[in-house]
Ligand binder design. Structure first.
Ligand code: ZN
Length: 444
């Protein structure tokens, strides 16, 4: 908000009487305007948008077709046209995904049921000419059949919703609150996600803005659910297949990871947390109060692979501190249209790798030997690739958008992993801090 130069206007009040009266009128007009701006800033500031009522209804009537049905009701829009946008990527997964490729049957109507003219103005933008319509109802379908933590999935056994790939936002209204209703069915009856439920309603959730909506993946199905509390805060493990591992062991190990992380950071910054664990794939994605991961129950069978799996869980969990709350400036609020470049992923990812080792060690889930073995293997992985002589850790971070998920056969010769080198830098920083402070201060 830009405010006029106040001093330049009040100085002339010292001149003649007629001019004085004229200037006083201006003076009070300006004071009045400034007061109005202070009390009702949204009423006057150019470009400020009014608040909309936005309600999504997500249905999955025929799961075997792999299509979600999305309805969006918009109330309160004053302009005579509206641009709806679907993000091109989802935070944490640094790659343009072009989710709009999965959208079909886009249409809009007014409250009387009249069709409104719609046209695409960019690959991820739909323009609706709403004219005088007070309410706009939008319908579209989204194809979802990829096994990835960054893509939605739907079949008879599971609905996994990556919100950025399904829910469109009105351009200019990313900060607008959102209501989400989910229509379940016999095959997919239960809903789990990090969103808060709306009191007094069933299967209805609230997000204070689209950043929060996009940060909360949604699982719908009939999973096994384990629960535990830490410091009175509820944690849910929502899992499709945990094999033969005694459930009390899984609960205790997850609890140790959470408790150790809280001891390290001295804070428990959420009201509930959900671990979403799906069978039949790989990869995990971190969120403010949840994580989503694919796995194979076979990794739970040997002590070594089980510990690797716990390290993976600890990594995704610890991200709710490092990258979701302690983060590079560009990583939130996000620009969902394009790449959000940062040189700092070696801190966000690499130091999280270092902490996944530390957490397991301090939780008693790794021995000293196992801890140092992981450190030495990470150092060896970094030093033994030719790319370590070519690419810096900050360059690796910046170029992740074009190189991380599109690794060629030449990748190891020309580039490095900011996961590996970042973990080593985390270790070196820790040792340096300990050395400089005679072990009085440590890297927590
Ligand atoms: Zn990570």
């Amino acid at each position: 908000m830009k405010i006029i130069n106040f001093k330049a206007i009040i100085y002339p009040l010292k001149s003649g009487r007629g001019q004085n009266l004229f200037l006083r009128q201006w003076f009070f007009l300006i004071i009045f305007t400034l007061l109005i701006l202070r009390v009702f800033p949204s009423a006057i500031v150019p470009g400020q948008k009014n608040r909309l009522n936005l309600t999504f209804t997500l249905s999955m009537e025929r799961p075997h077709t792999h299509y979600f049905q999305v309805n969006l009701q918009i109330t309160g829009l004053a302009a005579d046209y509206l641009d709806l946008k679907l993000p091109n990527w989802t935070p944490g997964y640094y790659r343009l995904m072009d989710y709009a490729r999965n959208v079909i049957n886009f249409k809009a109507r007014d409250e009387a049921g009249n069709s409104l003219i719609c046209s695409k103005t960019a690959k991820n933008v739909w323009r609706i000419k709403k004219g005088r319509a007070r309410n706009v109802f939008v319908d579209y379908d989204v194809y979802a059949f990829n096994v990835s933590v960054a893509e939605s999935f739907l079949d008879d056994s599971r609905a996994f919703v990556v919100p950025a790939s399904v829910f469109m936002y009105p351009d200019g209204y990313l900060q607008n609150p959102v209501k989400l209703k989910i229509v379940t069915n016999e095959l997919l009856p239960q809903i789990y996600c990090g969103l808060d439920e709306i009191a007094g309603e069933t299967r209805a959730f609230y997000a204070p803005d689209f950043d929060i909506l996009y940060d909360c993946p949604i699982y719908v199905g009939q999973p096994e659910v384990l629960q535990f509390e830490v410091n009175g805060v509820s944690h849910r493990i929502v899992a499709e297949d945990l094999g033969q591992v005694p459930r009390i062991k899984i609960i205790n190990d997850f609890k140790k990871i959470v408790e150790t992380s809280i001891t390290i950071m001295g804070d428990l910054p959420y009201r509930h947390y959900t671990f979403i664990l799906m069978e039949g794939g790989g990869g995990g994605l971190e969120h403010l109060n949840s994580m989503a991961a694919y796995m194979n129950a076979s990794v739970l069978q040997t002590p070594e692979s089980y510990k690797n799996w716990l390290a993976f869980i600890a990594h995704e969990y610890f991200h709710h501190y490092n990258v979701k709350r302690i983060r590079p400036e560009v990583l939130g609020p996000f620009d969902y249209d394009r790449e959000n470049y940062t040189h700092m992923l070696w801190v966000s990812e690499g130091i999280t790798v270092y902490y996944e080792y530390l957490i397991l060690k301090r939780a008693g889930l790794l021995t000293n030997e196992e801890f140092f073995d992981r450190i030495s293997r990470t150092i060896a992985t970094y030093e033994n690739i030719p790319g370590s002589k070519i690419q810096s850790v900050t360059e690796s971070s910046f170029d992740t958008w074009i190189r991380f998920f599109a690794r060629s056969e030449e990748a190891m010769n020309t580039g490095i992993s900011y996961y590996d080198k970042g973990a080593i830098l985390g270790l070196l920083l820790d040792l340096k801090i300990r050395h400089e402070n005679s072990e009085q201060k440590i890297f927590r």
